[in-house]
Design a protein around this ligand. Structure first.
Ligand code: GLN
Length: 304
């Protein structure tokens, strides 16, 4: 398989799409990103890496952080977390409030914002500090010591994240946040503000293609069953209310963020990350989704 040639073909193919869709300006600090950026990285289990375009430039990982926070919470809390969270696709926008009311404060899944706030609360209860614990964890997964939160992005979200704040207090009213609401929100905003490149994100997700173990030192991050659970949740809930379209076109479990990144996993083979900042109506990278669709089509490799 000539991954480099395939990435070259994809790069050429998506050029006319770059800039189509919309940058996530509801977080003011994200509005400065160049909509024409495009990067892609494939991290294979044998250590080989293939990249194209802006694959080494860091961007705001936003909701891709929900993949790492879920992993950490699952590692510490195990199945008990499912008393406070569902495992079904929401069919609603990632920041929707309506479902929470009639489902009594139990978020549909860990990948919508309300679910990630509960996950952050679980991490806060276990570690006391939900920012440093997540930063250390993602540094370990990506083998990158200099990862940091983007303070400007975190502040921008704190200043304008009224909907997330409403969600936090709503969850609190149902007794589904155990820690201080402001502390949970602050940690959540920091997780979303993590700046990482495609190559770093692909490396950080590789354990999910490898039965829960880091391929370079065989360290166990989660059990093989838990890796299966996380991949299944990504497939059914990782790309919000267009998760069906994403699964249909790409055929891999994936997790997106409004920074324009998408991470996808092919068990036993690779983790891949694509970045293109302009988004479709559901908040998934428009050109990024197309690039992943081309990737599984041209390689003939998907979970199906
Ligand atoms: N930080 C963003 C928010 O809370 C994350 C949303 C996303 O990436 N889908 O709205």
């Amino acid at each position: 398989m000539d991954y480099d040639a395939i990435l070259n073909d994809i790069y050429a193919d998506v050029q006319p799409l770059l800039g189509h869709g919309a940058i996530a300006t509801y977080i003011p600090e994200l509005a400065h990103v160049d909509p024409l950026k495009f990067g892609m990285a494939v991290q294979r289990l044998d250590g080989r890496v293939h990249t194209i375009g802006d694959a080494h430039e860091r961007f705001s990982i936003q909701s891709i952080s929900k993949l790492f926070t879920l992993t950490l919470a699952m590692q510490r809390e195990g199945d008990a977390m499912w008393q406070r969270l569902g495992r079904e696709p929401s069919g609603n926008a990632f920041n929707s409030l309506v479902q929470l009311e009639y489902e009594h404060g139990i978020p549909r899944n860990p990948f919508i914002n309300a679910g990630a706030l509960v996950v952050t609360d679980i991490i806060l209860s276990h570690f006391g500090n939900a920012q440093q614990s997540v930063l250390d964890f993602v540094r370990r997964l990506s083998q990158t010591d200099d990862l940091t939160f983007d303070a400007a992005v975190a502040a921008s979200e704190r200043a304008t994240g009224f909907r997330n704040a409403a969600m936090g207090y709503f969850l609190k009213s149902f007794g589904n946040l155990h820690n201080d609401t402001v502390a949970v929100l602050d940690a959540y905003f920091h997780h979303c503000s993590l700046a990482m490149s495609c190559s770093e994100l692909a490396r950080a997700a590789t354990f999910l293609a490898n039965g829960g173990r880091l391929p370079w030192n065989d360290e166990s991050i989660v059990t093989a069953s838990q890796a299966k659970y996380i991949n299944s949740l990504m497939l059914t809930c990782g790309t919000y209310d267009s998760v069906g379209d994403f699964a249909y076109r790409v055929g891999l479990p994936g997790k997106s963020g409004v920074g324009g990144g998408i991470v996808a996993v092919m068990p036993e083979e690779f983790a891949v990350c694509v970045w293109s900042p302009a988004l479709n109506e559901s908040g998934n990278s428009l050109a990024g989704t197309r690039a992943l669709e081309l990737f599984t089509t041209l390689t003939g490799i998907s979970i199906f």
